[in-house]
Ligand binder design. Structure first.
Ligand SMILES: O=C(O)CCC(=O)C(=O)O
Length: 435
């Protein structure tokens, strides 16, 4: 947030940020505002509201947690719930004043400490039509996010008029009103002919929830517009502590650029769990649910399986053959054959080709298994290979530059996967896939 926004939010408990949505975006959203589908399943125009470049940094400052190692690269806040108001027409009587920390069961609060804002629940209201000073719509008693004394109860209802301390806040179509749910606020009676249509997205700190329902990020993986920033915003409440078991691990070479920006040309990608990684419970397995790759424009690339070691190719079941790692589903995944085979007799590996050719790969995302098999990536490597090159994953080297100079036929992104199945280290490089 800039200094003006910090001052205004701290003082009043709300902010209006103009021109967040273009007229085209407003039109698109208006045209599906009455849909019965859940808002975030109505199309990419809706899902982009989750992570807008002018809004996310504000939410990060208001409810985020800068102490998380990946913040703000990966958002540290979550979307709690959403809804759309389309019922506001002339004669709408308004919605009484509400808010305040006492009403929330502890979820709504405002605090400022040591240069940081702490908020329980933050609302972003996107207006899809102009609202006017006396026409009705969002209202509040500015400053009440810090109240120590309860509001007189008789001010609450608008049935007998609106108390003069209540401020109407008007905005244009495409503007966003951001307010703390703990602020005393409501909706003023609607007195004009044009309708009011407003989209509300409410954000919480990553570890808390107001709503009893949670989004399931795995239901959003199928959308090509959903990247892992949005998946993080969609996560159900959790502490995101270091070492937690997680469904997702990611390699983000672009983010680490600046440390090292080698450009490597290669033919394919190999995920390998070498024998040297050892066995777990007398089993040597390579487990992932899904692998995805994104180009530098954030577009999902096509990933095809082009080969696998013998036991991986056989699979433990039909749904656990290598192809299950690119089927767009988070069920199944790879699992080496377990019948009539000798454990510890092969390095397990799967090779993937990425399309389109010559695209710059910005990010590779592996969806880990979260059940008791979640640790079975430990010791694996994700390697990029040039034509004819084949390297032993035992020879995986951390320093890309030295790999390139020692053996120009192969290079390796080594990610150490810890005992919880999490990515703990990435190397920085820009990749060029060239079949
Ligand atoms: O009409 C408005 O903008 C206020 C909505 C509201 O009170 C809320 O979302 O909690």
């Amino acid at each position: 947030m800039n200094v003006e926004q910090r001052f205004l939010f701290d003082t009043f408990g709300y902010l209006v940020i103009p021109n967040i949505l273009t007229p085209e975006q407003v039109d698109q959203l208006r045209s599906s505002a009455d849909s019965k589908d859940p808002p975030l399943h109505r199309g990419s125009a809706w899902r982009q509201l989750l992570d807008l470049p002018q809004i996310s940094p504000v939410i990060e400052d208001l409810v985020g947690n800068p102490d998380l190692p990946q913040a703000p690269l990966i958002p540290s806040f979550r979307v709690d719930h959403d809804y759309v108001h389309t019922h506001v027409r002339r004669g709408f009587p308004g919605m009484d004043l509400h808010g305040g920390w006492k009403s929330s069961g502890g979820n709504q609060f405002f605090k400022y400490h040591d240069g940081r804002f702490y908020n329980g629940l933050i609302v972003v209201a996107f207006e899809l039509h102009d609202t006017t000073p006396n026409g009705g719509g969002f209202c509040c008693i500015p400053g009440t996010h810090k109240s120590n004394v309860s509001m007189p109860n008789e001010w609450r209802s608008f049935a007998n008029g609106v108390h003069p301390v209540v401020n109407g806040v008007s905005a244009h179509a495409g503007d966003a009103i951001i307010f703390a749910e703990v602020l005393t606020h409501g909706t003023l009676p609607w007195t004009v002919d044009n309708p009011r249509k407003t989209i509300f997205l409410k954000f919480s700190p990553h570890g808390t929830s107001w709503s009893a329902d949670y989004y399931k990020p795995e239901e959003f993986v199928k959308y090509s517009d959903v990247d892992d920033r949005k998946l993080a915003i969609l996560e159900p409440p959790n502490a995101r502590y270091a070492g937690r078991k997680t469904a997702r691990i990611w390699v983000d070479p672009q983010a680490a650029l600046g440390k090292n920006d080698a450009t490597i040309t290669c033919t394919h990608l190999e995920l390998r769990r070498p024998l040297s990684a050892g066995t777990d419970a007398n089993a040597h397995h390579l487990h992932i649910r899904q692998i995805e790759a994104f180009d530098s424009a954030g577009q999902k690339m096509q990933v095809q399986v082009i080969g696998a070691s013998g036991m991986m190719a056989q699979g433990a079941s039909l749904g656990e053959r290598p192809e299950a790692t690119v089927d767009g589903k988070l069920t199944g995944g790879c699992h080496n054959a377990i019948q009539d085979v000798q454990y510890g007799s092969e390095d397990h590996w799967i090779q993937f080709r990425l399309q389109p050719p010559n695209a710059s790969v910005a990010r590779i995302l592996l969806h880990n298994r979260t059940d008791s098999c979640g640790y079975r990536l430990v010791g694996s490597t994700l390697a990029l290979q040039t034509a004819g090159g084949h390297h032993s994953s035992d020879a995986a080297v951390q320093d890309i530059q030295s790999v390139v100079s020692r053996n120009s036929r192969s290079c390796v992104i080594t990610f150490s996967v810890n005992e919880f199945g999490e990515l703990v280290q990435t190397d920085a490089l820009r990749l060029l896939i060239n079949p």
